[in-house]
Ligand binder design. Structure first.
Ligand code: BGC
Length: 749
């Protein structure tokens, strides 16, 4: 059960009084900096100021990070000594990071400690499911617990800053970074944003187990055209407010200390020079006082966008648009001092950025004890702690989504004597962690085969690893078919390699790469039932996969304990509780197609229909809707009932749904609430997720789910500046997924 208020209390009050919220554009709020920070600033030369704004690699270019040997980086150390570095990234280990911190705090003139950043996106040593898999759990407690573990492990290894959470909206499976997101619902992404920020930053940022979080990529990064990485997006400012901004607002409300603008241009304006977003919205309207850091090398990309002539102009444009820190372009350090001296840059702007960097360092406790996060004994004790691994396995179990289960093939009987495990990922330890593996260790990953052995030590597993090749391998194919023929059970572990998903891995055809479909079809021709486990950072748009398989489990990249989690699900030691945080389209031509698409003047809910919104050669519905996922049992849902005494004036509505387990096994269902305002000045989404709660029911058992709906969640942006409060009839729809709902109506005065 969740509530979400995208409005500040003041704006909510306005909404309550007038029914119409006028957005206000106050001045940038000027935080009061401590005397310690101000005194540091006063002592700094222009070069030292610019140095604080430089975030660069924490290792020399020739260092082999894969070797995990202690790192020695004389060039980086020299730059730190000279006061040219405010923070480093892509280095970890209490020892390595301690050495750099030591140079900064004992050998540089002003002894200012370093920010030490890394992409800790879904775990550090213990790797949890990728964010899209985490979102599939619809379990905010688990998401929070995993982020806490990630923070505990990363900070034990010297990290004080993570470039996470990713708050981009993902509406296109061609876009590889869907894997890093929470899917297509802004409301749900906002709820997750709040949870992640609180868990990563902890109660106090100065706690040695807390790290600075950095919400990214501000904003509209997931709306990239055609799903092409780094490509521009065209979004109206109003729809930006409705769809892309809410997660960032939620993160700021939860106290996030850092924001990273997007690489890509929205309406032609790259994220780091988007003054309207960085200044008017972020600083003035949302009153964000933290740090703004560019994405990796983003300043150096401005000339390629064609909006700056060279690195000098690009650096000035970024700083004056609202960026504080330069990640890896090496533009601020060398060029800003001269720009101030020549009058091209107002020195106050430089000071503002430096103050933000110093202030974040102070909030992290670095000015008091720079070595609190560099304790090798603590690091050894905490990384990959058994409690963390157990949490990772439980989380992986909850991230799995059962998409198809004909003839109740799953769960498999544990009395089976043999199983064929076919495909690229049956014995794989290299890809289950997904594209951001931080300090994860491949050889420690529990493969699916190992997971099966752990729970059924005596079962014969016939593993055939094949399918990812570009060209058919007839011998391997024959082996796979023979293994399938000879075994009691058949599992195909198919999908994408970790680096075929994630950043810079957009795919025009996000189906099964290589020979995997041929492999599936060859096994299918045997006529025996078989289950497919899909390891991937996005849903596979591959109609035959769903049509030909008997059962399909969407496993995402389930993390370092993923293999055991999948095995437990397949053999009924756990039950499928994950649900889809994205719609799965039938064909690429349908993209984008989400549960919250807007109403049209020619609706066509049914099969392909001429003269209606849709296609003449394809359905208008997804193959699997948002929120979808089967259980090992069945449920019957009542229609929703509003149980408030005075519904028209309530601030929070309570909606009751009665659910009965009509199957033969105990199981969990995710009761979902969607809303739709019937009459508005802007065509409204047909459905928007607004709440959910889980019910665990024994066979034959019936219970009530109560979901709260926050009235503020019903408001929408009617123009760029007006937030319109809910009014009139609102459809409340509840059910087990976005396409299977029952409706009641609510009247809001
Ligand atoms: C990505 C960011 C990431 C940064 C640092 C960039 O390429 O877009 O999300 O934080 O690299 O690794």
């Amino acid at each position: 059960m969740m509530t979400h208020s995208p409005l500040s209390p003041l704006l909510s009050l306005c909404a309550f009084l007038s029914g119409l919220v006028l957005s206000m554009t106050p001045a940038i709020s000027q935080p009061v900096y401590s005397e310690r920070v101000m005194s540091l600033l006063r002592q700094m030369s222009l070069e030292e100021k610019a140095g604080q704004l430089n975030l660069q690699a924490g290792h020399d270019p020739d260092v082999d990070l894969q070797s995990r040997a202690p790192i020695s980086s004389p060039l980086v150390e020299q730059a730190i000594r000279e006061g040219k570095v405010g923070g480093v990234l892509n280095i970890a280990g209490a020892g390595n990071t301690r050495q750099l911190q030591l140079v900064a705090t004992t050998q540089s003139r002003l002894k200012i400690p370093l920010l030490i950043g890394l992409d800790v996106v879904h775990g550090f040593r213990t790797i949890f499911p990728v964010p899209i898999g985490q979102a599939a759990s619809f379990n905010l407690d688990l998401i929070g617990a995993a982020e806490r573990v990630a923070a505990i492990e990363a900070t034990a290894s010297g990290i004080n800053w993570t470039f996470a959470p990713v708050l981009d909206m993902a509406r296109d499976p061609r876009w590889g970074r869907m894997v890093e997101t929470a899917g297509e619902s802004p409301w749900y992404t906002a709820a997750i944003a709040r949870t992640r920020v609180q868990s990563l930053q902890g109660l106090h940022l100065s706690d040695p187990s807390s790290m600075l979080a950095c919400a990214k990529h501000f904003v509209g990064n997931g709306a990239t055209e055609g799903g092409r990485e780094y490509t521009g997006a065209n979004l109206s400012f109003r729809s930006m407010r409705d769809n892309e901004l809410p997660p960032f607002e939620a993160a700021i409300g939860a106290g996030i200390g850092c924001i990273m603008p997007a690489f890509n241009a929205v309406d032609g304006v790259p994220g780091i020079v988007n003054k309207r977003m960085l200044s008017d919205v972020l600083r003035k309207e949302l009153q964000f006082t933290g740090l703004v850091v560019t994405d990796h090398g983003a300043i150096a990309e401005l000339p390629f966008h064609g909006v700056a002539d060279n690195l000098v102009d690009a650096s000035l444009a970024a700083l004056t648009s609202g960026v504080d820190m330069d990640m890896a372009s090496m533009g601020f350090g060398p060029f800003l001092p001269d720009a101030v001296r020549s009058g091209a840059l107002n020195g106050d702007l430089l000071d503002q950025a430096v103050l933000r960097v110093l202030s974040v360092k102070e909030r992290l406790g670095l000015l008091d004890d720079p070595f609190a996060r560099h304790d090798q004994r603590r690091e050894q004790m905490l990384l990959g702690h058994p409690d963390h691994l157990l949490l990772a396995r439980q989380f992986a179990e909850e991230s799995l989504v059962l998409l198809k289960n004909d003839h109740a093939l799953l769960p498999f009987k544990r009395s089976a004597r043999s199983i064929a495990l076919i495909g690229p990922f049956g014995a794989d330890q290299d890809h289950l962690m997904g594209p951001w593996e931080a300090a994860g260790i491949h050889r420690d990953v529990v493969s699916l085969r190992e997971g099966m052995t752990r729970i059924l030590p005596h079962i014969t597993i016939r593993t055939v690893t094949t399918g990812y090749e570009d060209k058919a391998d007839p011998k391997a194919l024959a082996q796979a078919v023979a293994a399938a023929r000879a075994s009691d059970l058949i599992v195909l572990a198919l999908g994408e390699k970790a680096m075929d998903s994630g950043e810079a891995s957009s795919r025009a055809n996000p189906g099964l790469p290589g020979q995997q479909l041929a492999l599936l079809k060859a096994v299918a021709r045997l006529g025996k039932p078989f289950a497919v486990v899909v390891i991937a950072g996005r849903p596979m748009i591959e109609p035959a996969l769903y049509a030909r398989s008997t059962a399909v489990v969407q496993a995402w990249f389930p993390g370092s304990q993923g293999g055991e989690a999948i095995a437990r699900l397949l053999f009924g030691l756990s039950e499928p509780v994950g649900r889809l945080p994205v719609s799965i389209v039938r064909s690429i031509g349908q993209i984008p197609l989400t549960h919250d698409k807007r109403s049209t003047g020619r609706p066509s809910p049914g099969p392909p229909e001429a003269w209606a919104s849709g296609y003449i050669d394809e359905a208008t519905t997804p193959l699997y809707p948002f929120g979808y996922g089967l259980a090992y049992t069945q449920f019957n849902y009542s229609a929703p009932m509003i149980i408030n005494a005075d519904e028209a004036d309530a601030r929070t509505y309570r909606i009751k749904v009665t659910v009965k387990n009509t199957g033969e096994r105990a199981g969990t269902t995710l009761v979902q609430l969607y809303t739709h305002q019937r009459l508005a000045t802007i065509a409204q989404p047909e459905k928007q997720l607004r709440g959910f709660t889980r019910l665990y029911l024994n066979p034959g058992e019936q219970a009530d789910a109560i979901i709260s709906l926050n009235r503020d969640d019903l408001s929408y942006w009617s123009t760029d500046t007006n937030r319109q409060a809910a009014q009139g009839w609102i459809d409340l729809m509840t059910g087990p997924n976005a396409a299977d709902t029952k409706t009641t109506a609510l009247f809001v005065r």
